[in-house]
Write a protein that binds this ligand. Structure first.
Ligand SMILES: Nc1ncnc2c1ncn2[C@@H]1O[C@H](COP(=O)(O)OP(=O)(O)O)[C@@H](O)[C@H]1O
Ligand SMILES: [Mg+2]
Length: 355
């Protein structure tokens, strides 16, 4: 009992209480419930904050499915709310955003090729810049599966490196850049200036965001997983990477947990529950300093604002399975289930013997 009291609370209340929080990343393996959890978290935050923005950076966008409303790359008010906005962005670069001539464009692509990831990093930075000017009280990211997200978190440092590289090239080759730009027919409008301007314009944003992402008062990463081996394994990898990037993480959501709600008789379900328990125990052992929130697997999908709101109660109060009630009642139910199973087994045995 003493042990249990030392564990952090098994809810996400801590995120609602943390008033300084500005960026909340929600990540994990595909299909575990990232979109569902980030949507619910944004709904809960909208009750305690002036304005909330949820951004999906997963190319397989499904905020639209969760909220049953179309979203675009422009923040849109979610139906039924006055302070909750949603947007879906594509983290891969859009070349029309470069906004300069073909010559410049191809030169930019050349350069981008020399610095892996800078393309994506630039568009991510531009998105952050936009979002920052909009002054949301808190921004929730529904991220893409793990590998993608980890790259996204490295963008600020990739950009800083890219900028340094271009600067040193400029110093080294001086006038060469301007010669090239006239070759590309850009006249006096120096390509170098256009490029440097674009990169430098990002510098402030990048530095600020980089600092904010590493500040545990402002940024946290919520890991969503399910009680299975691969998910446990991937969560540990994710947590290690986050530690490496100095990004705070202290909330784990274990979704799709099976509960013995209806005195399950199915052998398959029983076996799955046993398996889940094994991994749940491991999660609790590994992450005893995390707020670990368990969410039940529902018989149906969690789509639409009403379903999301209904499910949100499990974010704030630990789930109580129906069967956890009166112990006498529970035992009685269990005995009757076992009796039925015994009868079935006996009947089966009779059948086998007589055939
Ligand atoms: N606890 C749950 N019980 C039942 N269905 C769930 C649960 N959590 C998520 N779902 C459903 O599973 C599907 C995948 O969830 P989603 O949040 O989109 O995952 P991800 O964003 O990680 O790919 C969705 O259809 C969602 O409604
Ligand atoms: Mg999703």
């Amino acid at each position: 009992m003493a042990d249990q009291q030392e564990l952090p609370e098994g809810t996400l209340q801590n995120l609602l209480d943390q008033e300084t929080l500005k960026w909340v990343f929600v990540g994990g393996k595909g299909g575990v419930g990232k979109t569902t959890c980030s949507s619910i978290l944004s709904i809960l935050l909208s009750r305690v904050r002036t304005s909330v923005l949820i951004i999906s950076t997963d190319p397989a966008h499904n905020l639209s499915d969760a909220f049953q409303q179309r979203f675009t790359k422009i923040p849109t008010l979610v139906d039924g709310f006055t302070n909750l906005y949603a947007m879906e962005v594509d983290p891969t670069v859009e070349h029309e955003d470069v906004g300069v001539s073909d010559g410049m464009d191809s030169m930019f692509s050349e350069l981008a090729g020399a610095i892996p990831g800078i393309d994506e990093a630039m568009s991510f930075a531009e998105m952050l810049k936009l979002v920052q000017t909009m002054d949301y009280s808190v921004i929730v990211f529904d991220t893409a599966p793990t590998g993608h997200t980890l790259r996204l978190l490295q963008f600020p440092s990739i950009l800083e490196k890219g900028l340094a590289k271009v600067m040193s090239l400029k110093n080294k080759f001086g006038g060469l850049f301007s010669q090239m730009s006239s070759m590309f027919g850009m006249g006096d409008e120096l390509a170098e200036d256009a490029l440097l301007g674009r990169l430098e314009g990002m510098k402030d944003v990048i530095e600020r965001v980089n600092m904010q992402f590493k500040d545990p008062d402002m940024t946290t990463f919520v890991c969503v997983c399910i009680p299975e081996f691969l998910s446990l394994y991937e969560t540990e990898r994710l947590v290690q990477e986050l530690i490496k990037f100095e990004i705070d993480t202290h909330n784990i959501i274990i979704n799709q947990v099976l509960y013995d709600d209806e005195d399950v008789e199915s052998k398959l379900l029983k076996a799955r529950m046993k398996m889940q328990q094994k991994y749940l125990d491991q999660f609790y052992m590994l992450y005893d300093d995390f707020n670990v929130t368990k969410l039940p697997l529902l018989p149906e999908e969690v789509t639409g604002v009403e379903a999301l709101k209904a499910f949100s109660s499990h974010f704030l109060t630990p789930y109580q399975p129906a069967s956890s009630g009166d112990p006498v009642e529970r035992l009685e139910r269990r005995i009757s289930t076992l009796r039925k199973q015994l009868n079935e087994a006996e009947a089966e045995l009779e059948r086998l013997k007589s055939s």
